[in-house]
Every structure is written in C-alpha cells, then in structure tokens.
Design a protein around this ligand. Structure first.
Ligand code: AQP
Length: 349
C-alpha cells in the first residue's frame, strides 16, 4: 500500500467532562487542519478503559466526544470520525508494538507515573502499555502529523521511536517486499499556539483535566454561561496587577494561564492581550475573559446538547467512520504482518 505524504491522526478519550484544555490544546487544531489534510479523528475508548469505566458512562461519553467533534466543526463526511474499539487493527498492532517497544522506554513515561501515583502495583497493565496503543493508533494509518496538547509530547516521541525501531529491525524484509527503505513515517507532533497546556483554574501548576475531582478546576464544553462566568470569577489569581509584557508572567502560573486562555480564545498572542490589559486589575480582565469564553463555547455546548439527543445519528457517524478507517488500517496490518513474517493464507490469492 502506498504511503500517504500528509495524513493527520488524533484522538480524545471518552472519560467525561470535555474541557477547555481539550478544546484549545487539541480540538480547535483538528478543525483547522481539515482544510489542508486528510484527517482521522478517533474517540479512543480502548484508552479510556485503562482505568475502570462504568459501562453506561463509557457509552454516553463516547457519543458526547463524537458530538463535540461535530459541534466544534469537524466534518465526518469529508474526514473520518469513529471510535477506536470498532477497528480491531488498533489492538492488533498495539500487541506487535508491545513486542517492539522496550520496558525502559515505557518506564520513562511521566504520564504513567502521574496517573498510577503511589499505587503502581495496582495500576492496570493497559495503563502502563498505553503509549504502545497510542503508537498503534497513529501508525495503523501511517499518519504523518498528530495535533496534540503538550502533555502528549513524550508519547509522540515514543511513537517515533517505535516506528524507527520497526523500520530498522525489519529493514531487509521491508525492502524485499517492495516497500522501499522504510515502512512507517516518523509522525510529526503539531503542538502550537498560546494554550498547548491549559492549567487548572484552581492551581496554575496542575494541568486542567477531566478527572480532576473539582469541577471549578475546569471549564467544561457543556457549561452554561452562568457556570463559565462563575468559574472564571473564582479562578485563582495573585494580588499583583497584570504585567504589560509577557516576561512579567514568569513565576505567576495562574496569571500566565488565564492570559494564555484569553489569547487562544481570541486567536491572538499573549503579548497582544497584555498590551490591552497590562497594568489593570484581574476583575476587569476576568469579566472580559468570561464574556469571550461564553461567546466561543456557548454555541458549541448548545450544539453538543442537541446532537447527543440524537444517538442514532451519532452511532451512524461512528459506524460509517469505522468502515472508512478499516479500509486504511486493514491493508496496513496486512503489510506489517507480511513484513514480520506471519503466514496469512486467508489473505493470499
Ligand atoms: N490541559 C490541557 N491543555 C491542553 N491540551 C490538553 N489536552 C488534554 N488536557 C489538556 C489534550 O487534549 C487531547 C485529548 O486528551 P485525552 O482526553 O486523550 O487525555 P488526557 O490528555 O489525559 O486529558 P485529560 O483531560 O487530562 O483526561 P483524564 O483526566 O481522563 O486523564 C490530547 O491531545 C491532549 O494533549
């Protein structure tokens, strides 16, 4: 199968409470990339179950993330939108990558350390092997570009290491089967803009996260105008006025976070926001930020709420997307198994 020169893949976990960080760090980029690239956007439900999920919640949040994709402007007719568990090639390739990735590589993953915390022995094997599944998600489509938030950078580097090791370990076989010098591309992370790591509204040193027990730590895409305004008003700040230059944000994580959020929502830079609000108190800035957040997120939340009331439509989108995804991932897996020497009589002519 011919390798694509430009193909985007990314995913979002259906673990509830899609928030401003997911939106600014990832989903807005998903939308803009549609004009330039062939895009594949996945609701990564197999990743979600690396920690226990209530089955009814998993089904609901899978539809909710799909609704968010569409409400934010992803076009499932032109691109591919599906949930991971429907396309078996993800899990199959992940197993092969389990045999390629080294324990030492995975032992260095900071997200596992953060998520497993002090209870490493009780964490699922899946949580530890998560980055191998992420590599499989991307490489099952031989994707070349991956828009993600800053927190996924290390996993993307691991994906590149796996792709490279596969290309080297099987170089002779790749060549002898006519695939050229390498089979997998080394996918490029796309981590850009003023809000690639949106922080908690309660603690500027902690990432905004779906699983944070405090709902005041994040702005959910489905929050109504009152909730958004309240959360912004209650967001932690410091007693100093806003600086006039970006350097003045150093060591002021909460101020830096809010300015970054404003800049991203207004499609501009932190410098520009500080030109406007520098020297002023947080109260006026927070009011303007709340208004802007409501203006940007309000229509998305309303559309998500409308879409989730039509599960048959969402399920059809996921079904059609999975069919299109299999048409790419199936032949890639066939190539990979040929390269690795698996006998595949069913597929031979
Ligand atoms: N705070 C963030 N700032 C910028 N980008 C973020 N992303 C997540 N949090 C932020 C990006 O959103 C995409 C989807 O993330 P995910 O749902 O797959 O998993 P996650 O990174 O583990 O997100 P959460 O919200 O922290 O979920 P939980 O609490 O379930 O672990 C990714 O591109 C991610 O970088």
């Amino acid at each position: 199968m011919k390798a694509p020169t430009h193909r985007v893949f990314s995913g979002v976990q259906p673990t509830g409470n899609l928030h401003l960080g997911n939106y600014l760090g990832a989903i807005t980029r998903f939308v803009t990339l549609q004009d330039e690239f062939e895009c594949i956007y996945c609701v990564v439900d197999l990743h979600a179950v690396t920690v226990w999920q209530d089955p009814a919640d998993l089904a609901r949040t899978t539809r909710e993330v799909t609704a968010a994709f569409i409400a934010c402007g992803i076009d499932p007719k032109k691109h591919i939108v599906f949930n991971q568990s429907q396309v078996v090639q993800h899990a199959e390739l992940a197993w092969l990558f389990n045999c390629i990735a080294r324990m030492g590589w995975l032992n260095r993953m900071t997200q596992f350390k953060e998520k497993a915390g002090k209870h490493k022995e009780n964490a699922s094997v899946g949580l530890f092997a998560y980055p191998n599944l992420m590599a499989a998600d991307i490489l099952a489509y031989r994707a070349t570009h991956v828009p993600v938030g800053e927190d996924q950078k290390q996993h993307l580097e691991l994906t590149r290491d796996i792709a490279q090791k596969f290309n080297i370990d099987y170089a002779k076989s790749i060549d002898s089967h006519g695939f050229g010098e390498t089979y997998f591309p080394l996918p490029e992370p796309l981590i850009q803009g003023p809000a690639t790591r949106v922080m908690s509204l309660r603690d500027g040193t902690k990432k905004m996260s779906k699983s944070d027990p405090s709902d005041y730590s994040r702005i959910n895409l489905t929050d109504d105008a009152d909730a958004v305004a309240l959360k912004v008003r209650k967001a932690k700040t410091d007693p100093e006025p806003l600086p006039s230059e970006a350097e003045g944000l150093a060591k002021r994580p909460e101020a830096e976070n809010l300015v970054g959020i404003y800049a991203a929502l207004a499609d501009t830079t932190k410098e520009e926001i500080l030109r406007q609000f520098g020297g002023g108190q947080f109260s006026a800035f927070k009011q303007a930020l709340a208004d802007l957040a409501v203006e940007r997120l309000g229509p998305i939340g309303a559309e998500m709420n409308r879409l989730v009331k039509d599960p048959a439509y969402i399920d059809q989108v996921l079904h059609d997307g999975a069919e299109k995804a299999r048409l790419i991932a199936g032949p890639v897996l066939h190539d990979v198994k040929t390269i690795m020497g698996f006998v595949q009589p069913r597929l031979l002519k």
